[in-house]
Design a protein around this ligand. Structure first.
Ligand SMILES: [Zn+2]
Length: 320
């Protein structure tokens, strides 16, 4: 496979499950998309015609418990982050993600089912150079005691996560990961969603987590892990945060060349850092070609309107 070319899926592949927040059954179908399309959610099963939403930072309308994408008519698809992480993590540039319900199915709480669907569909290269967003200077955001920063990095995309829970079973964990498909499959993609037992009742009363169970969430109380099958990794929580970062930062619309560090972060912090980066036209540029090689070259001057196509549309001023 030529890694400097854009990729998409060879065929369609579906997974079926329930939404972790809604508890509703949903089928998700991954499929091919043209060059420069990025990731496009297609919401079917609505009255009237299907609705599409581009998986970009400006379509994010909530980050409270999951990353929710929508448009001016309201939310379209919730819990977008794990399937997006699978696509970005496995090196897919362009894909459609069709869902027949309001939420991506949670499956086992990790990206494993989506990786399996990508394997089933197959990945093909497309006749166009891969385009990437190269970070040119550090951008940081502080929210309460959370801290996030994205900075230039010599090659590829690196994620560094630190978590620090007062819950003694989770406690402090850190994990660093240089994104590559095989590493993603082995080390990050299988890490599951986690939560605290004491939060579950609160979430239920707020109408969230209705589909949460031990089949899709790693649950802790103050003394122990409650899942009978145990952890997949000793630091599974930190690894899952890395998975979430890869999904949330895929909303840049293109793969990133840079290093992202998150301390006590979550979806809100990830979105805030990405938004701050994209808002500063001196902090990034679009390049073509393989990340790690010197062949990467700028596509045009940043902020001059030659960033082109969907990127300009995604990050340009709101003219509507
Ligand atoms: Zn997650």
């Amino acid at each position: 496979m030529k890694f400097n070319r854009q990729t998409t899926l060879r065929a369609q592949a579906s997974v079926a499950g329930v939404g972790v927040h809604s508890g509703l059954p949903v089928t998700l179908t991954l499929g091919p998309a043209p060059v420069d399309a990025g990731f496009i959610f297609v919401r079917t099963g609505l009255e009237g015609s299907d609705r599409e939403v581009q998986a970009t930072a400006e379509q994010v309308i909530a980050t409270d418990f999951a990353t929710v994408l929508g448009d001016r008519n309201g939310p379209l698809v919730s819990t977008a982050e794990h399937v997006l992480a699978a696509l970005r993590g496995m090196g897919v540039d362009n894909a459609t993600i069709e869902v027949d319900g309001p939420e991506v199915p949670i499956m086992d709480g990790s990206a494993a089912a989506f990786i399996a669907a990508i394997d089933q569909a197959g990945i093909v290269t497309q006749p166009a150079q891969r385009r990437l967003i190269q970070v040119l200077k550090p951008i940081s955001v502080k929210i309460g005691d959370s801290f996030g920063e994205i900075r230039p990095h010599a090659s590829g995309f690196r994620v560094e996560v630190e978590i620090d829970f007062s819950n003694p079973v989770i406690g402090q964990q850190s994990y660093a990961f240089d994104l590559n498909p095989e590493g993603f499959r082995r080390e990050v993609g299988r890490a599951r969603t986690f939560g605290l037992m004491c939060d579950v009742a609160r979430l239920w009363s707020a109408g969230y987590a209705l589909g949460a169970s031990f089949d899709n969430t790693v649950v802790f109380d103050d003394e122990r892990l409650l899942n009978a099958e145990g952890l997949r990794y000793a630091d599974e929580c930190a690894r899952h945060k890395v998975l979430d970062v890869i999904g949330d930062l895929s909303l840049a619309g293109l793969p990133l060349l840079g290093a992202y560090r998150s301390v006590r972060g979550g979806h809100k912090l990830n979105h805030a850092v990405l938004t701050a980066l994209l808002a500063d036209r001196t902090a990034w540029r679009v390049v073509e070609g393989e990340a790690a090689r010197r062949t990467a070259r700028p596509v045009g001057e940043v902020g001059r309107g030659i960033v082109g196509g969907r990127i300009a549309a995604a990050f340009g001023p709101d003219v509507s």
